[in-house]
Ligand binder design. Structure first.
Ligand code: F3S
Length: 395
């Protein structure tokens, strides 16, 4: 790999142990994947934040790094931790868990990482431009950045994203290159997509088939940003899809050639089958929406549906702190709380320890959450659109 003079010095330890160690990791990664050089990145999204996922070894690693003076070189935002950083006590998060989680957050803060605590950084100020090279972890955000925005990132792991943040560069391979952004499958959608959960079911089904290839969708007539984030998140979870194109909707679709691609047909039958596979429970103890983190529009929709009603069971909608502030300002939080629900900031369904909080069956409208909850949180899942989920918990 071709390194600049300055990068040679990084490798030689001229900029200290932290930079040397992290740059070495990036060089190794580049060598494995045949990168020709390092490229500067405009921003980084760091995942691996919840104490539930990284545990004590992760906490020690981050504290060590922060203690050695690690500082990020480019704007860097952070994935959700395992709890609401403000209202954790009121929501019933365990005290021992909270203590460790706050230590983790402090280590990230000392490194100069912005405490956005969300998997939708593009909704709260980390919005890359078309074609910009970035290094993001968090598979749903990676998918959104590549597909909907047209920025360029590989599906980074927590450590490689952190290394890119500390060095300001990433190896030039994979989805940074034009040749790897071409579709590998054509997906013809004949089913009618009505709700976010329909997009999640579609994503779940397609991700299982295409795995880490790039699907090109035809027949998706219309989709808003929330539906595209639901589609991408589900495909990234059931497969390892980091980029997709939708004819007439996503920015690179018109540049792609779909001739001769293997074709997958999706009708109502395939969509129903996906719902069937994701439903493992009947009667939810709690409904958790906002995976990926809810936009202001999604919170507004829920607030209007709950206005003047009363919930019999807990309902959370997870979002970023910034979005919650706006929702509160608009009176949406109050409407949801008056019905008995909560706007939970910072954390999410999957990375919070809900299995320790007495919940056994969770209702979700997210294909990604439905895919992960049984394994990560020992939950039975009720997967459906918001209206059907609300019927199960409204008084
Ligand atoms: Fe985000 Fe958590 Fe879902 S990180 S995409 S809300 S599993």
């Amino acid at each position: 790999m071709q390194l600049t003079k300055e990068q040679e010095r990084m490798l030689a330890g001229d900029y200290g142990e932290v930079v040397e160690r992290n740059f070495r990791l990036l060089v190794r990664l580049g060598e494995i994947y045949g990168a020709d050089r390092m490229i500067p990145v405009g921003s980084v999204q760091v995942a691996g934040v919840s104490y539930k996922s990284i545990g004590d070894p992760g906490l020690e690693f981050l504290e060590d790094l922060a203690g050695k003076g690690a500082r990020v070189k480019v704007p860097t935002t952070l994935n959700p931790p395992g709890m609401d950083l403000v209202d954790w006590k009121e929501l019933g998060f365990p005290e021992d868990f909270a203590e460790k989680q706050l230590q983790i957050m402090n280590a990230f803060k000392r490194m100069g990482i912005m405490m956005t605590a969300t998997c939708t950084p593009y909704l709260v100020g980390n919005l890359p431009s078309f074609g910009e090279h970035i290094a993001w972890s968090e598979s749903s955000a990676v998918s959104f950045a590549n597909s909907v925005i047209g920025a360029r990132t590989n599906r980074e792991g927590g450590p490689s994203a952190l290394a890119a943040a500390l060095c300001g560069v990433t190896p030039n391979y994979g989805l940074h290159l034009d040749k790897n952004r071409k579709p590998g499958f054509l997906v013809k959608v004949n089913a009618k997509l009505r709700s976010n959960s329909d997009f999640g079911a579609l994503g779940y089904h397609v991700g299982k088939i295409v795995k880490d290839k790039v699907p090109y969708f035809k027949g998706v007539k219309d989709a808003d940003v929330d539906q595209l984030k639901a589609l991408g998140a589900a495909m990234a979870a059931s497969g390892a899809v980091a980029l997709y194109h939708v004819e007439g909707l996503t920015p690179e679709a018109s540049m792609m050639d779909t001739n001769g691609l293997e074709t997958i047909e999706i009708g109502e039958k395939e969509l129903r089958e996906a719902y069937g596979k994701l439903n493992t429970g009947k009667d939810p103890d709690i409904i958790i929406l906002g995976c990926p983190h809810a936009s202001l529009k999604e919170i507004a929709t829920l607030a209007h549906k709950l206005g003047g009603k009363r919930l019999r069971k807990p309902l959370w909608i997870c979002t970023s702190r910034v979005t919650k502030e706006a929702a509160t300002r608009m009176g949406f939080t109050e409407l949801i709380e008056r019905a008995g629900g909560k706007v939970v900031a910072d954390t999410c369904t999957v990375v919070s320890p809900i299995e320790r909080m007495g919940f056994k069956t969770t209702g979700v409208d997210s294909g990604k959450a439905a895919n992960y909850l049984p394994g990560f949180c020992k939950q039975a899942v009720v997967f459906n659109n918001i209206d059907e989920l609300l019927k199960k918990v409204l008084a």
